[in-house]
Every structure is written in C-alpha cells, then in structure tokens.
Design a protein around this ligand. Structure first.
Ligand SMILES: [Zn+2]
Length: 291
C-alpha cells in the first residue's frame, strides 16, 4: 500500500478513536466522570420524548393556581455541544440554575419540603406562603458538584431522588456525596433500583424489590428513614401506588405528564404532580409570577 494511503487510513482511525472517546485515558478524573455521565444521561433520556418538557410547558404557563408547585431538576452542568435534544430539554447550566434559585426568593416564594407538605395534607399543618418544593432526579454527580453548593448558598432544602444501582459509579452520586448532602439538610428519596418503567414489570417480586428493596438499601447505607418515592418516567397505576404505601413511603411524586390512573379514593400524597424546571430563566419567570 502506498505510504500516503496508509497515512490517510491511520489518520482516519485516529480520528475515529478521538471521536469515540479513546482519548479519555489521558484526561483528568473529573472529565472522565463528566464523560461517563454524558453517556449515561444520553442513554437514560433516550426513552424520554424530546418534546416532553416543552409540551408540559405549553400546558401550564403559570404555577399561580398550584397549591404547592414541585420543581424537578435532572442535569445541572455546563452544556456539551453533543447533548441530545432530550438531554438539552432537561439540562440547566449552573448559571441558569443559580438565577432560578435567586429569582424564587426575590419573587416572594418560600422553599419548603415534602415533609411539610405531608404534614399539611395529612393533618392540616400550615405551609409557608407561596411555597415551592425543589427536587432532583436520577442521582447525577453534577447535582453534587454544581447544584448542591448553590442550594447551600441560598439555604434551600431539596430532595434528591436516586436509583440505587448506579450509586458510586462514574457520573453518579457516591454514598459519601449523599451523606454530605444529608448532613447539610438535604433529603434523599428513592427512585427505585434500576429506573424501569414500573407499569411494565410483570414479576411481582421484581416490582417489590424496585420499590421496597431500593428503600432498604438507602436506609441501610445512610442510616436514615427514606420516606419519599419518585416514579421513574412518572409512570404508575393503582397497584403500584398500593405497593409504595405498603413499603412505608409517606409520599410519592410523579411528573408533569404522569398518567392519573389511580382511583380517586387513593391518597393524593402518592400521586403528587410536578413540573420539569424550565431551562431558561425567562420561561421560569413565566411559570413563577412575582408574588
Ligand atoms: Zn428518573
């Protein structure tokens, strides 16, 4: 083979290796973690329709009529040019996240917790005026790196719903991250073991393990009671709600697109609706008008 042709092939192979992540052996640990998270998040959110959050945004322009809006954040980190549409629709830069947190306080909202909401719905305990609950899903390590310091800066409590299988793996929160956040007043909730579509699981033992086993694992490793649950992809049905209650959770959160398939007699505490946090401050301000 002529030298030039061989060189061209080698250069092409090198380019493919660079693009496919072959160089990550040489990068710093934090970049490696980010890359792992990037790959993980593309895979997890591939199942989420890219239009999900924009459709939800169109359906409800303001939270003015919601008694207690529950915000859901997923990814808080600098953007990658290669982020998929599904990821971009769920991702906040640290700057936007900080601006949204600052705006909430400036606009007259008071950040409260699921525990306060539970006491309110069960016993009529008073809530602060203009309450809002902040939650995070899926346990990405960026939530510790970027979002947690901003929450601390504003003295806001938040609940982190983690699924237990990837805890401690590259790109995900570690047990130590969870302990540090707990010590700072954050709450840890369960988001199952493997983040499945619960409504598609036909094996009762597996379903129970996703709901109850994840709770037990979190409680044993963290030495706390885990009282809140978030349904992966916001999917649930009456049978799943009964299992969540049976496992001892005090409340469970769906999402903006949750199927409201539950019988009306079941406690609304196990069908809490939520909204994906708008990814621009302009949209966020429309959702949360000045109080
Ligand atoms: Zn999730």
């Amino acid at each position: 083979m002529p030298f030039l042709a061989r060189t061209k092939i080698l250069l092409t192979l090198l380019g493919v290796a660079l693009m496919s992540g072959g160089v990550f052996l040489w990068v710093r640990d934090s970049d490696e973690a980010s890359e792992a998270q990037f790959r993980n998040s593309q895979a997890l959110y591939a199942e989420v329709p890219a239009t999900a959050s924009s459709t939800a945004d169109a359906l409800a322009t303001s939270t003015a009529n919601m008694p207690v809006p529950i915000l859901v954040y997923h990814i808080v980190r600098p953007a990658y040019p290669t982020d998929s549409r599904a990821v971009t629709a769920l991702a906040h830069t640290p700057q936007v996240f900080d601006a949204e947190m600052k705006y909430l306080g400036d606009a007259g909202y008071r950040v409260t917790t699921f525990v306060a909401l539970e006491a309110h719905l069960r016993d009529g305990a008073p809530l602060p005026a203009n309450p809002v609950i902040i939650s995070f899903d899926d346990g990405w390590s960026d939530q510790f790196t970027y979002a947690f310091p901003i929450l601390e800066k504003y003295h806001y409590p938040a609940t982190f719903f983690v699924f237990t299988n990837p805890i401690g793996h590259h790109g995900f929160l570690s047990w130590n991250d969870l302990r540090v956040m707990l010590a700072a007043g954050m709450t840890i909730g369960s988001h199952t073991r493997s983040h499945p579509f619960l409504t598609k699981i036909t094996d009762p033992a597996r379903l129970w393990d996703e709901i109850d086993g994840s709770k037990v694992t979190l409680e044993r490793n963290l030495g706390i009671a885990v009282n809140e649950f978030a349904y992966p992809f916001g999917q649930y049905d009456p049978a799943i709600i009964r299992l969540v209650e049976k496992a001892g959770y005090q409340a469970a959160r769906g999402d903006a697109l949750s199927r409201n398939a539950a019988a009306p007699t079941l406690s609304q505490l196990y069908m809490l609706g939520a909204l994906n946090a708008p990814t621009t401050t302009a949209a966020f301000m429309l959702r949360f008008p000045q109080r």
